[in-house]
Design a protein around this ligand. Structure first.
Ligand code: MG
Ligand code: MG
Length: 317
């Protein structure tokens, strides 16, 4: 069978069945944004994310410093989603031999800038030649408490750490290759090229969140994963979903539905998490966007009506 017919998650299911874990009792998390193991009383996190030319970025539209920054940020976002702090990175790269040294050094300057920002270090790697640029970062982190996707319970509030949909609009604008961009357009492009992982929330998430996920593949799809892992129904309140002004301006001009971008956009690197109502007060900078109920599936409450949301996100195969 061709793996493309399985889809990303079907393939992962098949492959995981082939892996044997020598001591399952120390594995705290598997299949979440990070895997987690308990070592000498400490919780260690492992995650990895790849940036592949032509798939995740288009070289001529991507300044190398931004590419390096983004590679680190997308990995840190997964560590944050588990309530952790990034520590050590190890990078595997593939470069075409004719690639300019300037471009490669630019990527590494971006990696270094992001590492400094997130207070972590990249301490080694592996190189190969390849037909296109491949950047694969393996990142470790630590956490005081591992936050799984599976911990949401009915009666809790679902909270979103920031605006969504901006990165998709930014990518569309970037691909237009305009000679000049307006202020709101530049901000949307920056949201796509230079996402900032929400490390500012890590500590609080590890204390108060019962479940969390980074919504890198789109709000609807990833919230669907969280609902499924937790065995709950999630209902977004349409009025509470935060609408970004720049995105609204873009959608009005382009004749697009802003909720399509917010629900299905992807690459925003915000965190969706659940908390007890009493603990909402610890997250004044975030948006309570809905509730967790008994049942299954993802819904949008619009006025008096509750409509199911297609839980589709970006898949990589
Ligand atoms: Mg993730
Ligand atoms: Mg990721």
């Amino acid at each position: 069978m061709e793996i493309g017919r399985l889809g990303e998650f079907g393939l992962i299911d098949r492959l995981v069945k082939l892996l044997e874990i020598k001591d399952p009792s120390v594995v705290v998390g598997f299949g979440d944004d990070c895997s987690a193991v308990s070592v000498d009383g400490k919780l260690l996190l492992f995650t990895g994310d790849i940036q592949l030319e032509g798939r995740h970025f288009i070289k001529k539209l991507t300044p190398p410093e931004d590419l390096g920054w983004k590679l680190v940020s997308v990995n840190v976002s997964d560590v944050v989603a588990c309530g952790g702090k990034p520590e050590w990175g190890f990078i595997s790269v593939g470069f075409p031999p004719e690639l300019g040294l300037d471009y490669v050094e630019g990527i590494y300057r971006g990696i270094n800038k992001a590492s400094r920002h997130y207070r972590m270090s990249v301490i080694g790697g592996n190189t190969t030649s390849s037909d296109s640029i491949i950047l694969d970062l393996f990142l470790t982190g630590t956490t005081r408490r591992f936050i799984p996707r599976s911990g949401a319970t009915d009666g809790q509030i679902v909270v979103l750490s920031g605006y969504t949909g901006l990165a998709r609009a930014g990518l569309e604008l970037l691909m237009m290759e305009k000679k000049e961009y307006q202020g709101f357009e530049k901000r949307l492009i920056d949201a796509f090229l230079k996402p900032v992982a929400r490390l500012d929330l890590s500590e609080k998430l590890s204390r108060y969140a019962s479940s969390a996920i980074d919504i890198s593949d789109g709000l609807a799809g990833d919230t669907g994963h969280l609902a499924e892992s937790s065995g709950v129904k999630i209902v977004f309140d349409k009025e509470k979903l935060p609408v970004n002004e720049d995105l609204l301006t873009y959608c009005r001009k382009a004749g697009k539905n802003v909720y399509d971008y917010m629900l299905y956009g992807g690459e925003d690197y915000q965190i969706l998490f659940s908390v007890d109502r009493d603990n909402l007060r610890y997250f004044p900078e975030c948006f309570p966007v809905g509730s967790i109920e008994k049942g299954t599936g993802l819904f949008l409450k619009d006025g008096g009506r509750e409509v199911p949301i297609r839980p589709e996100g970006f898949t990589h195969i």
